[in-house]
Design a protein around this ligand. Structure first.
Ligand SMILES: Cc1cc2nc3c(=O)[nH]c(=O)nc-3n(C[C@H](O)[C@H](O)[C@H](O)COP(=O)(O)OP(=O)(O)OC[C@H]3O[C@@H](n4cnc5c(N)ncnc54)[C@H](O)[C@@H]3O)c2cc1C
Length: 382
């Protein structure tokens, strides 16, 4: 068993840490307050290989392994969770699905620009009436005699929707077949028939723009189908397994930032004539925060390592996401409490960590859905 990282992994961690500290952290408060999309920083991340970490170099990526992805995501998320949301969608949800299921021409056309960070990618599964139960989707793609499809319908909560150039879309092509009637498509947002709704005002990750998107007689050509017709649900679930490693990493990054802020504060803040870190009740909280933080990171690295080995990692990714997201929420909660009144103030970043942590329990499968995935894997029952 080996707990160290190799030179490449340490190198990308270092690059991500440097950009996170020099570019992202100084503007995190601004982006949170204004909700402004951090396009300039995303370009810098892309130029340094962080928008397509696992994408082979021939498609414009860094050609690194899933463990490298975890290490880089943690650094970026610790500086600002919204940046890491945009990064995770580009890396896991957009590039990963096309690399696994796309044709050579699709990889060249869609992956390169996104992996280089010159364009932004998005992933559109959720609809106003269907989230956890994706098979209840109503967005419809009807096949034409020439093999093209005409798409009509709405998708909601689309991360990077307001700025994305390309989107991996899931639409129903054969409603009678349920989950086997869903197909994945590659969408160009500059094309006629594509529209965007208002950007959602959110509790946290405010600079990661999220909106509803709409299709009105949007025409998809046969070479813009991703994978086989009817394979969309399988593609979406596979992509989300990878995505969960990214969200677990994001949660670890937010939790680490909250933890580090707390360690600094308990040494400096005094009450009853002593630093608050000398009180046993504070010490107990710190010990529990540290254990949850390390357990989350280890579970996340295990899932990433399994993926890198080409082994099954679906349940492990769900365990990592469940543990890391609930730990991040708990750790951020303790951080606010330990900061007392200052934890409630916008002058300190811990209230942002608290708001940002919450999303990790919701998107890419809620905690309840992760528990279903884990229990089904353990029991074999559905
Ligand atoms: C900021 C943000 C960004 C997002 N980005 C994207 C994106 O880029 N692309 C995209 O496609 N989607 C995106 N989503 C959507 C997100 O993945 C869904 O919100 C999430 O999967 C939950 O779906 P829902 O909101 O419809 O909740 P619902 O499915 O309606 O769930 C409501 C509640 O019921 C519980 N529940 C549902 N089914 C079960 C069950 N079987 N057993 C127990 N409990 C259950 C849920 O856990 C939850 O607590 C985003 C959401 C947010 C908030």
């Amino acid at each position: 068993m080996e707990f160290g990282f190799n030179e490449e992994q340490l190198m990308i961690q270092d690059v991500a840490r440097r950009i996170a500290r020099e570019k992202i952290a100084p503007s995190a408060e601004h982006h949170d307050r204004t909700g402004e999309f951090p396009l300039e920083n995303i370009r810098v991340l892309g130029e340094n290989g962080l928008m397509g970490i696992e994408v082979p170099t021939e498609y414009g990526g860094a050609g690194m392994d899933p463990v490298s992805y975890v290490l880089a995501m943690v650094e970026v998320a610790a500086a600002d969770a919204a940046h890491s949301t945009i990064m995770s969608v580009n890396n896991s949800l957009f590039c990963n699905g096309i690399l696994t299921h796309g044709t050579e021409a699709q990889k060249q056309k869609y992956v390169r620009a996104i992996a280089e960070g010159s364009e932004i990618g998005a992933f559109a599964l959720t609809e106003p009436q269907s989230g956890s139960d994706a098979t209840a989707m109503r967005c419809r793609a009807v096949k034409q005699a020439d093999g093209s499809f005409v798409v009509n319908g709405k998708k909601s909560w689309i991360t990077s929707g307001p700025v994305a150039k390309y989107i991996v879309l899931f639409a129903m092509t054969d409603p009678d077949k349920g989950s086997r009637g869903i197909t994945a498509f590659l969408i160009d947002t500059a094309r006629e028939g594509f529209g965007r709704g208002k950007t959602e005002p959110k509790l946290g990750i405010r600079a990661s723009a999220t909106c509803e998107i709409e299709f009105n007689d949007y025409v998809v050509q046969p070479d813009e189908v991703l994978g086989q017709e009817g394979e969309g649900f399988k593609i979406a679930m596979g992509v989300l397994d990878t995505g969960r490693i990214g969200i677990a990493s994001q949660a670890v990054g937010i939790a680490r930032a909250a933890y580090e802020a707390t360690i600094a504060y308990v040494k400096e803040r005094k009450a009853f004539g002593a630093p608050i870190g000398t009180f046993q009740m504070t010490q107990a909280k710190i010990a529990d925060m540290k254990c949850k933080l390390d357990a989350s990171l280890l579970l996340t690295l295990r899932a990433a390592w399994l993926k890198g080995q080409g082994r099954k990692f679906s349940a492990e990714a769900a365990m990592a996401k469940l543990t890391a997201s609930e730990s991040a929420m708990w750790i951020a909660h303790q951080a606010v409490q330990i900061h007392g009144g200052m934890g409630y103030s916008k002058e300190m970043p811990v209230e942002r960590y608290f708001r940002d942590a919450k999303i990790t329990e919701i998107y890419e499968g809620t905690s309840e859905i992760q528990r279903l995935v884990i229990a089904r894997s353990e029991t074999g029952l559905r």
